[in-house]
Design a protein around this ligand. Structure first.
Ligand SMILES: Nc1ncnc2c1ncn2[C@@H]1O[C@H](COP(=O)(O)OP(=O)(O)OP(=O)(O)O)[C@@H](O)[C@H]1O
Ligand SMILES: [Mg+2]
Length: 412
């Protein structure tokens, strides 16, 4: 097995750092051969606020994945989010040099579309082609080989603050890894969760993480808008902690085990016992009280999303509806509430299956890291030799860490 066929996805989230090691087979399929997860302590709302703590979490998750894969890891595709991310649409135009459009012409038109003035403290993370126009013909996905005199391209540009991007890259370097690519987290999650058909029809991906909710809007197969909202699952937990006067850990337990965002679906008089703040006795609270708090936060979040769509006048382009993913998307009854507010079909999106540890990873909280693995595999394939048989048949489940085993239990 060549190192060149090994891909590493590294998701440095607000609540967890997750590393996945994949082996890309000769037929381009990816087999997962290593997983590591560790709680994340150094981020707030998707941004690094403590380098030491972030590095420690990355190292721990990396070591776990490295041990399971049984090999040294050199570089990774990492995800980025946080409300320093700003995206917009732009376009570029060039004259076609030799009548027939070449790869070089396409590169030049993308460069032209990139030539927009952005503040000196920001850099371009992605420049994603939406459609090309050759002379008067629009809606072209791949213009290479076509004949014309004028090539135009509409692109979606994603920018981020240089210092915050560098902080993330520095943390990865300190943990002993080289950064191969940086991908906007909702682009990665979309890759893992959405089908090509959904992206064609027009769909909104909503990745509700711990610290942020990342939105990616697709139409005609291209990304047309992206947005990072600084509200995530942790805000739901904090609201519960404040309203019920309980610790953050207890609020997290209550949310995960008893939370719902639709009071009407519950027997509101049913009560559960919660542990009060230290020194106080356990108390009974009704499920109705719990869902009232969670419902208010969920309504606020979906109204923010609705306003983004309205402001950008994208409602008519979303014929495929909304797909919710990320760990925060697992609160009970979220799709029903979202459907009511957004007035479109809403479902929870699970990441597509991979070879190796398919079932364990099919949890919305792993959408980003699996998408990073797919993004990392693009254009990377080098086939040197077959995967050794001991690697193919190794006892993956037996080598799982306790943290991953607990995810496994959550699912089954
Ligand atoms: N079963 C569940 N029910 C409700 N909420 C859940 C469940 N499992 C996880 N969560 C919530 O999911 C959130 C974490 O999601 P995720 O792992 O996707 O975040 P992250 O990637 O670490 O953070 P971010 O993407 O914001 O940087 C937490 O707020 C957690 O409470
Ligand atoms: Mg995340």
């Amino acid at each position: 097995m060549s190192d060149k066929n090994i891909i590493v996805g590294l998701d440095i989230g607000t609540t967890k750092v997750c590393t996945i090691v994949g082996y890309q087979k000769p037929n381009s399929e990816i087999e997962i051969i290593g997983i590591g997860t560790h709680p994340s302590y150094g981020l707030k709302k998707g941004q690094v606020v403590n380098v030491d703590k972030t590095v420690r979490s990355i190292k721990a998750s990396l070591e776990e994945a490295r041990l399971m894969a049984g090999m040294k890891l050199d570089s990774a595709t990492i995800g980025i989010a946080g409300n320093h991310i700003y995206s917009f649409n732009s376009s570029g135009v060039v004259a076609i040099k030799h009548k027939e459009i070449t790869h070089d012409d396409v590169e030049r038109v993308l460069e032209a579309a990139k030539a927009v003035v952005i503040p000196s403290d920001r850099e371009i993370l992605h420049i994603i082609p939406q459609e090309y126009k050759v002379d008067n013909t629009a809606g072209i996905k791949n213009p290479e080989g076509m004949v014309g005199v004028r090539l135009e391209c509409n692109v979606h540009v994603v920018t981020g603050e240089i210092s915050l991007i560098q902080n993330l890259v520095k943390c990865v370097e300190h943990a002993g890894l080289h950064t191969q690519k940086i991908i906007l987290q909702p682009i990665a999650s979309s890759e893992a969760v959405l089908t090509l058909e959904e992206k064609e029809m027009g769909v909104v991906l909503i990745d509700i993480g711990g610290g942020t909710t990342d939105v990616a809007i697709w139409h005609d197969g291209s990304l047309i808008h992206s947005h990072i909202i600084p509200v995530g699952g942790n805000h739901f937990t904090n609201d519960l902690a404040v309203a019920l006067k309980i610790s953050h850990n207890e609020a997290e337990r209550v949310k995960v085990n008893h939370g719902s965002v639709l009071k009407e679906k519950l027997n509101q008089m049913t009560s559960i016992s919660v542990q009060g703040l230290s020194g106080t006795k356990p108390r009974d609270v009704s499920l109705g009280q719990i869902s009232e708090v969670l419902e208010a936060r969920a309504e606020e979040l979906f109204h923010i999303i609705k306003n983004i769509i309205k402001e950008k006048e994208l409602d008519e382009k979303i014929t495929g509806g909304y797909v919710i993913t990320g760990g925060g998307g697992l609160i009970n009854d979220l799709p029903e509430l979202a459907e009511y507010i957004l007035e479109r079909p809403v479902k929870v999106g699970y990441p597509q299956s991979f070879g190796g540890m398919t079932n364990i990873m099919r949890n919305p909280k792993f959408s980003t890291v699996l998408g990073l693995l797919i993004e990392g595999s693009k254009g990377k394939y080098h086939y040197d030799q077959e995967m050794p048989s001991e690697m193919v048949n190794h006892d993956i489940l037996g080598r799982l860490s306790d943290s991953i085993k607990s995810v496994f239990k959550e699912i089954f």
